[in-house]
Write a protein that binds this ligand. Structure first.
Ligand SMILES: Nc1ncnc2c1ncn2[C@@H]1O[C@H](COP(=O)(O)OP(=O)(O)OP(=O)(O)O)[C@@H](O)[C@H]1O
Ligand SMILES: [Mg+2]
Length: 328
């Protein structure tokens, strides 16, 4: 397998009026071509900031890269010029976000928006945009690929005439227009009801397999990523605390935070089951805890945890954990 994406010791801060928020604190992750990785963690742990980092979509200022590299096919995205980044957006790496309504223009027909997206991809690739009619034919093809019947009728509709699930499918279809190698989906189903959520996840699954895409699926819900992703990275307060093959993580989490997260989900097979929540609250990223950022909530915390940040170490084949006390 060839490495598609490699995030190495990536630190990102936000400089705001109240001070510097140390949001991402040394992220290390890699993804091979065609691989699926889930990223889970509580609200505010930095999942969306990480997703946006891949295409430099965090507004800067206030965002400031403190250190690290984000290599895509060996090229450091942090060093690319804006024009080069534009070429990557959508073509090499495509994103789907949580709220389909806010990414579609209510005033324009679906056809116009999809044609614009497709022709925009043509220009970004350095070519001439294909004629509208050709773009429309591809749009219809893509809508069929995402399981939407009667693409012609749909193309003539406006976003408000579609259900939330249909809108999300339209956005996924648009994401496919540039034939990306990596699809980053940030809470793609959170705004949808449970049945539709399952359908959209199954769709993403099918597309990833059929097209050999790599997938980074971000969710606060381990149930969501466990169905679609072979590996999971658990984030806590801007760090990856554990990374493991999904079934192994669920069967036996090694990091105390991952243990709490999994214990909080009563039945991973039932997405409608309410999580119980974990004691303690999310730490401030303006004044993050010293040492291990999880230590104030950790049942295993010792003096060492208060002073020394644990590095992620491999405890079992394919499994790494950032904890001074975790054992295989
Ligand atoms: N533009 C910004 N300026 C300042 N701080 C920001 C900015 N964007 C994000 N942050 C901060 O970065 C932290 C991580 O936010 P992020 O949106 O990545 O969380 P998340 O894990 O995606 O949470 P959720 O599950 O709620 O989507 C938060 O503390 C947030 O306030
Ligand atoms: Mg988010």
């Amino acid at each position: 397998m060839t490495t598609l994406l490699e995030i190495a010791d990536y630190r990102l801060a936000f400089d705001t009026f109240d001070g510097t928020h140390h949001v991402l604190d040394g992220i290390d992750l890699r993804l091979d071509a065609g691989e699926t990785l889930g990223v889970v963690g509580e609200t505010g742990c930095g999942k969306s900031v990480l997703a946006r980092s891949l295409l430099q979509l965090n507004p800067s200022p206030p965002a400031r890269v403190v250190s690290g590299a984000i290599r895509f096919r060996g090229e450091d995205l942090l060093r690319l010029e804006e024009a080069a980044l534009r070429r990557l957006r959508g073509r090499a790496i495509a994103m789907v976000f949580q709220d389909p309504a806010s990414y579609l223009n209510p005033l324009l027909a679906v056809a116009t928006q999809m044609e614009d997206a497709i022709r925009g991809q043509d220009s970004a690739a350095g070519g001439r945009p294909r004629p509208r009619r050709a773009a429309r034919a591809l749009a219809a093809e893509l809508l069929s690929a995402v399981g939407l019947p009667e693409p012609q009728r749909l193309l003539a509709s406006h976003p408000h005439q579609l259900s939330g699930g249909m809108r999300q499918r339209v956005l996924i279809a648009m994401a496919l227009a540039g034939e990306p190698a990596l699809l980053v989906a940030d809470e793609p189903t959170t705004a949808l009801d449970v049945t539709v959520q399952a359908q959209v996840l199954a769709l993403i699954d099918g597309l990833v397999r059929a097209r050999g895409l790599a997938l980074m699926l971000i969710s606060h819900d381990l149930g969501v990523v466990s169905a679609s992703c072979a590996r999971v990275a658990v984030m806590y307060a801007g760090t990856v605390v554990e990374e493991a093959p999904t079934p192994e993580l669920i069967a036996r989490p090694l990091h105390p935070y991952a243990q709490g997260l999994i214990a909080a989900v009563p039945d991973l097979g039932r997405p409608e089951a309410k999580p119980r929540g974990m004691p303690g609250s999310i730490p401030s990223l303006l004044h993050p805890p010293s040492g291990c950022r999880f230590h104030p909530r950790c049942p295993l915390a010792s003096e060492r945890c208060r002073v020394e940040k644990p590095l992620r170490r491999t405890l079992l084949p394919g499994r790494s954990v950032a904890c001074h006390h975790a054992t295989p």
